[in-house]
Design a binder for this molecule. Structure first.
Ligand SMILES: Cc1cc2nc3c(=O)[nH]c(=O)nc-3n(C[C@H](O)[C@H](O)[C@H](O)COP(=O)(O)O)c2cc1C
Length: 253
């Protein structure tokens, strides 16, 4: 009975979270208090950096817009083959690359929209089978369009599967994308309204990943069923100022 009441209260509060409270916000944001803006992206933490190409001419196979939309679907079976570094580069750029920096480092403009151009996400990769890359965890550096190597992981297939609530198909992909949120990037401006906006933003990123995969002969599947603690530990995130919010395996199909 108590559990039942707890669940009902939780559902009510989650429904409230879905509603807009922008008009009622009575608090002053850190931006309004003129506190410094947090960095637009997370800095590199290693020197092991691989520069990625911006020349995508060799990887694109399908450019017909209606075909891409028509064929978009979730793929949970992947060919047992590698994807190329240039394909990975294409997927990173079309989901989180930087097209322009506005103002004096005020905002980034990317291939996806984001509330207030806050772009509060970081992209991590669990690389299993990408040509030219050692197996392990990588972090995308969108300002430089590069990836940095973070760590080698023993039994990475098992940990990937554990991190995604035993969805074993993910560990048979070529690479698993994990998206983290750095909430303060958005809270600085939108306070309590930022969290819903960030989750809405995540959908834009994923849709671009689906369509971009379709353009290069790959497939993906959005994953929201993940184990927070295992996923955060895998990527060495503190779970407070940065934590995983979404994942997606990618492979040739
Ligand atoms: C937010 C979100 C979370 C999802 N989480 C999972 C997941 O954890 N595991 C999974 O196999 N599919 C997951 N999916 C994929 C959906 O099951 C899939 O989009 C849906 O069945 C429709 O199929 P389609 O994408 O092929 O059109 C998720 C999709 C979205 C948008």
């Amino acid at each position: 009975m108590e559990d039942n009441q707890y669940m009902k209260n939780k559902i009510q509060s989650n429904r409230l979270f879905m509603k807009s409270a922008f008009a009622d916000d009575e608090f002053e944001s850190d931006q309004q208090k003129q506190l410094p803006q947090p960095p637009l992206t997370k800095a590199a933490s290693s020197n092991n950096i691989t520069k990625l190409t911006m020349d995508f001419s060799s990887v694109i196979r399908e450019t017909d817009y209606l075909t891409l939309i028509q064929q978009r679907k979730s793929h949970r079976v992947y060919k047992n083959e590698s994807i190329s570094l240039d394909q990975l580069s294409f997927l990173l750029w079309t989901t989180q690359g930087i097209k322009e920096i506005r103002g004096n480092n005020y905002a980034t403009i990317r291939p996806v929209p984001s509330g207030g151009a806050r772009h509060s996400f970081e992209t991590y990769l669990a690389v299993l089978n990408v040509e030219g890359l050692e197996k392990g965890i990588y972090h995308y550096l969108p300002m430089e369009h590069s990836i940095e190597f973070i760590a080698k992981v023993d039994n990475m297939e098992n940990i990937i599967s554990d991190s995604l609530c035993e969805q074993k198909f993910a560990a048979k992909s070529a690479v698993v994308f994990y998206y983290s949120a750095v909430p303060y990037r958005s809270e600085w401006r939108y306070l309590t309204e930022s969290h819903k906006v960030m989750l809405i933003d995540a959908g834009h990123v994923m849709q671009n990943l689906y369509l971009s995969c379709g353009a290069i002969g790959c497939g993906t599947c959005a994953i929201a069923a993940f184990n927070q603690e295992i996923a955060d530990n895998l990527l060495k995130l503190d779970g407070k100022e940065e934590f995983v919010i979404y994942a997606a395996p990618v492979g040739a199909v």
